[in-house]
Design a protein around this ligand. Structure first.
Ligand code: 13P
Length: 255
């Protein structure tokens, strides 16, 4: 992280985990542990946990977000949730383009872009995920994939809207596998994202952009990953489900 230019954000992605009582208990446990954080703290929870999470986090430094949203405001889209539904609840963030959405639920560069534009329009802050598969990496396509995904997702986004976006570089082979990217690989991926944004919006806007790393980030490797100049925080899956582990990552980002 470059503390002169950006502050870190640590976000938990709970994925499809925790019922409402479990959500409340975890947030109550996390709250005192992160109260003094010198970085942003966000928890992206299942839709059904949003109201519970918002009330448990009220008055604390923890911001709450969702893990996806549709691009239309309302209508015949069975099973979907609109950005306006999230903002009405009080959610501030939404994760978009997560590789699990791309892999299992048919999200494409195009639909990620539509979701992102609608979310920004509704006033949400977006955590945009990009990342390459193992075979893309082995074929030497990492740069091309990250640049393509970031460029496509940001189509139509104005320079001023960019300040409401965090990008998370999540190499797919490192998600939930325990196989973390090396600090150098994380730094390189994040640098590719920053260079892509610099080409689109100029160097100053790119320098101001918070870019997280995600993929098996945990207490034991967070400090090393966060020491990379282009790694401005983390998007945390598994380790965000345990208060002490999540808080330790927040602490590492607060140094
Ligand atoms: P893990 O931290 O469980 O690898 O998940 C990372 C992730 O996908 C966060 O969005």
């Amino acid at each position: 992280m470059n503390p002169n230019k950006r502050s870190a954000v640590i976000a938990g992605n709970w994925k499809m985990n925790l019922t409402r009582p479990q959500a409340k208990a975890l947030i109550e446990e996390i709250k005192p542990l992160v109260a003094g954080a010198a970085c942003g703290v966000v928890l992206c929870v299942p839709y059904t946990d949003l109201e519970t999470a918002l009330s448990a986090a009220a008055g604390s430094n923890i911001k709450i977000g969702a893990q996806n949203c549709h691009w239309e405001e309302s209508g015949a889209f069975t099973g979907e949730i609109s950005p306006a539904m999230l903002t009405e609840l009080g959610a501030e963030y939404v994760i978009l383009g997560h590789s699990e959405r791309r892999q299992y639920f048919g999200d494409t560069d195009e639909t990620v872009n539509k979701r992102l534009l609608a979310a920004l329009e509704a006033g949400l802050k977006v955590i945009l995920c990009v990342g390459e598969t193992l075979s893309q990496r082995e074929e030497g396509k990492t740069r091309e994939v990250l640049s393509r995904q970031a460029t496509a997702a940001l189509a139509g986004v104005t320079a001023s809207q960019l300040s409401n976006i965090i990008v998370a570089y999540e190499p797919i082979w490192a998600i939930g596998t325990g196989k973390t990217a090396t600090a150098a690989q994380a730094g390189e991926g994040n640098a590719v994202v920053r260079a892509t944004v610099a080409a689109l919006y100029g160097g100053e806007a790119a320098e101001a952009l918070t870019i997280q790393y995600g993929g098996s980030m945990k207490a034991s490797n967070a400090a090393e990953l966060l020491a990379q100049p282009d790694v401005d925080g983390g998007l945390i899956g598994g380790a965000s489900l345990k208060a002490a582990d999540f808080a330790a990552i927040v602490q590492a980002a607060s140094r």
